[in-house]
Design a protein around this ligand. Structure first.
Ligand code: ATP
Length: 269
């Protein structure tokens, strides 16, 4: 960078792929069409004059797997993964937020092929309505020009952004070549809950799990809720196992008990 205090964040190399994401078939398909196929077949797309570029905006209630699918997208194409909440780059110093944002995109470009995941992307909009109106506008403009890749090539950089409130986002973000694809990430349905639970228990000792029953009893719960149910059931089962020092398999009963204590977190979204 050409300024002091260059903004840096962690670069990961995720091992999970779409196979580790339960349900979300339509979300996976849209991500494949929009960013995975173009990345893997860049020459073909060019030959047919099909434009490559633009990002995907994921929206939906918290805990339903936006971060998880973004990480899996990186794993799917063996790309680096850079993840940030937009709030983290906001700075009280004039101009510093823009610099931070630029550094973030530069980091993604340096590490291409990469997936850049920007969570809470609506923070740019929130920022605009406060006292620093013009500062907010400057940040939006910086963001748009980073996305457009005018001064720097975004080749091999896949941008995924997430928000719980897409309607707060400036319409300029949704123009072609920017976040021109908006994908709803819904709470998991019965089938999705079944496969999420199966994935979460796949590598743990278990016995005769009644997944159909569990999926039915977890109506309205998110992926994050299901994770906490499995965590609680594991703790209870581990307590039991420690008494004898032998492995006790996870059972439907322990999971149902944990489920009965968990309230739906996305209910009032
Ligand atoms: P937030 O909006 O709060 O950031 P989110 O939508 O990004 O939430 P995640 O953090 O991706 O949600 O999901 C929380 C956890 O739930 C993940 O770490 C993952 O373990 C699990 N999870 C969520 N959805 C799925 C899924 N479809 N398949 C497997 N695991 C999932």
């Amino acid at each position: 960078g050409d300024h002091p205090g260059e903004f840096e964040t962690d670069v990961q190399k995720p091992k999970i792929t779409f196979a580790d994401v339960g349900g979300m078939e339509s979300v996976k398909e849209q991500i494949r069409m929009k960013i995975i196929h173009p990345l893997k077949n860049a020459e073909l797309f060019k030959a047919y004059g099909k434009k490559i570029g633009g990002g995907v905006l994921l929206y939906g209630p918290p805990g339903c797997g936006k971060t998880h699918i973004a990480r899996a997208t990186a794993g799917e194409v063996k790309a680096n993964f850079i993840s940030i909440g937009l709030h983290e780059i906001l700075s009280m110093w004039i101009g510093q937020s823009e610099n931070n944002l630029h550094d973030l995109f530069e980091q993604a470009r340096r590490n291409a092929p990469s997936v850049l995941f920007i969570d809470e992307v609506d923070a740019v909009a929130a920022n605009r309505s406060d006292m620093r109106q013009s500062a907010g506008r400057q940040l939006i403009n910086q963001f748009l020009s980073e996305l457009d890749g005018v001064d720097y090539s975004n080749e091999g950089v896949l941008v995924l952004a997430a928000t719980n409130a897409p309607w707060h986002l400036d319409p300029a973000f949704r123009r072609p070549g920017r976040f021109d694809q908006i994908v709803f990430v819904p709470p998991p349905d019965l089938e999705a809950r079944t496969s999420i639970l199966q994935l979460m228990l796949a590598e743990k000792p278990s016995e005769d799990i009644d997944f159909a029953k569990l999926a039915k009893k977890t109506d309205g719960l998110t992926g994050a809720d299901l994770k906490s149910i499995v965590d609680v059931a594991v703790e209870d089962t581990l307590d039991e196992a420690m008494k004898t020092g032998n492995i006790v398999p996870l059972r439907t009963k322990a999971l149902l008990k944990a489920a009965s204590k968990t309230k739906a977190s996305s209910k009032d979204w």
